[in-house]
Design a binder for this molecule. Structure first.
Ligand SMILES: NC(=O)c1ccc[n+]([C@@H]2O[C@H](COP(=O)([O-])OP(=O)(O)OC[C@H]3O[C@@H](n4cnc5c(N)ncnc54)[C@H](O)[C@@H]3O)[C@@H](O)[C@H]2O)c1
Length: 412
């Protein structure tokens, strides 16, 4: 069996990417080390929220397949690498998964292959890390095989990038052009790698800016949400970012530090990135302090021994993704302060992370001393919640602009 595209890494990026190519008429193979994921994929059972099982089943019926066998890569024209690029415990780039997978790809590399790195990473990775491993085979880039970097973006407006010195532009652009609405070429893989990081750093820095403002507004007794909403009425020169309890998800809390690390090689300190990280990391601590104040002034209670319900633990609304969720830190901080913490999240029935082992409890606001809104899922009746709760601390402005409702609602 031969395939137009093989995608190594069937995760949040790989599976939607497979869908895009398959729907554009390409024959697609997903390669993953996780045998249970591969089995589920082949049964048409999706574990990625962005792709429904109904859609996946249809794609599998039309030929989409998954395997744990790297040898199948020999039968593919293009190999896309969509593997995790995490940070080590010392917060340094950990490229070990990409490196070891590239070694496996190299063993199966053949003339005509196009290899594209999709993982988010620092500028220089494609050329300095991936290319040497592939060329150790004796095959030469540009003549025997082709290599490109293309950051993950599966929606229209997606960008495709290829290298200047590696003449794979036409091959890569041809591949993506057939499946995507927009292909934007740049002159080198380093530009493409840094573009993806800029997008994520932009968010991290702007979120830090409004988070800092939120902490100041709390002291000044100004509603930061009202300020942000008012500023957003300016039709030009302003882009609205919302404050919140801290960064979450797989990208924004992690990717900027890939650049920080690389910058050191050039005697350069990425101060905006560091500062944004510092401010954003402070938010769960600030949130703990708000809960403590709310209990104190709103109910005459201390955090210690109070019953606190955390409402919403996923890192953003209306999904069940827990990766880097600030709720984890907030629960830990509240529990360490002696609070009796429970949580409710319709998307996360149980929580087994960071040493926590909790199950979502039914939403009964009156049964707790305080309800803390960390993630504002849309299916919750916040008016009813405020009605029934003793004290509410709202980090998402889910309860709207009704002031403090007689000292009952405390907002970030
Ligand atoms: N998740 C996002 O929203 C998102 C957005 C933009 C960019 N990215 C970037 O895309 C890349 C992939 O992220 P993701 O979220 O899809 O990761 P993920 O953790 O969801 O999926 C990775 C998959 O790779 C598999 N895997 C691990 N090692 C393997 C190996 N050696 N060979 C084959 N399969 C292996 C895992 O079993 C898993 O299924 C990362 O660089 C990430 O930063 C992610």
């Amino acid at each position: 069996m031969s395939y137009d595209v093989a995608i190594v890494g069937a995760g949040y990026v790989g599976v939607p990417l497979a869908q895009v190519f398959a729907e554009a008429g390409s024959s697609v193979l997903l390669v993953d080390v996780d045998a249970s994921r591969v089995e589920r994929l082949n049964r048409g059972e999706s574990y990625i929220e962005d792709v429904s099982s109904e859609t996946l089943k249809q794609l599998v019926e039309n030929g989409l397949a998954a395997t744990t066998d790297y040898d199948a890569l020999r039968e593919a024209d293009a190999i896309l690498i969509a593997l995790p690029t995490p940070l080590s415990r010392q917060r340094e780039p950990d490229l070990s998964i990409v490196r070891s997978a590239t070694e496996e790809i190299a063993k199966r590399l053949r003339p005509g292959h196009l290899v594209v790195l999709e993982s988010t990473t620092y500028p220089g990775t494609t050329r300095e890390e991936v290319l040497p491993i592939l060329e150790r085979t004796g095959l030469k880039v540009g003549t025997d095989f082709h290599l490109a970097f293309s950051p993950e973006r599966v929606d229209p407006g997606r960008t495709d990038f290829t290298t200047k010195n590696v003449p794979c532009t036409e091959r890569a652009a041809e591949l993506y052009g057939a499946a995507l609405d927009t292909v934007h070429r740049v002159s080198s893989p380093e530009v493409a790698e840094l573009t993806k990081l800029l997008e994520n750093i932009f968010r991290s820095v702007n979120i830090a800016l409004v988070n800092e403002l939120a902490m100041l507004c709390e002291r000044m007794k100004i509603d930061v949400w009202e300020v942000v909403d008012a500023a957003a009425t300016k039709p030009f020169g302003f882009m609205s970012f919302k404050p919140g309890p801290g960064l979450g998800g797989h990208c924004i809390p992690i990717d900027p530090f890939y650049l920080t690390w690389k910058a050191r090689e050039f005697d350069f300190t990425t101060r905006f990135i560091e500062l944004a990280g510092e401010v954003n990391n402070t938010m769960p601590y600030h949130c703990r302090s708000l809960v403590s104040q709310a209990l104190n002034h709103g109910a005459g209670l201390s955090l210690k021994d109070s019953k606190v319900l955390v409402l919403g633990v996923a890192y953003k609304a209306d999904i069940g993704d827990m990766r880097e969720s600030p709720a984890l830190k907030i629960i830990e901080l509240l529990a360490n302060a002696g609070a009796d913490v429970a949580y409710h999240d319709p998307y996360v029935p149980e929580l087994r992370e960071h040493g926590l082992e909790l199950r979502s409890v039914p939403l009964d606001p009156g049964a707790h001393d305080c309800v803390v809104i960390v993630t504002a899922h849309s299916g919750i009746d916040y008016d009813a919640l405020v009605e029934r709760a003793k004290v509410v601390v709202d980090f998402r402005n889910a309860t709207g602009r009704n002031g403090t409702r007689n000292g009952k609602v405390w907002k970030l």
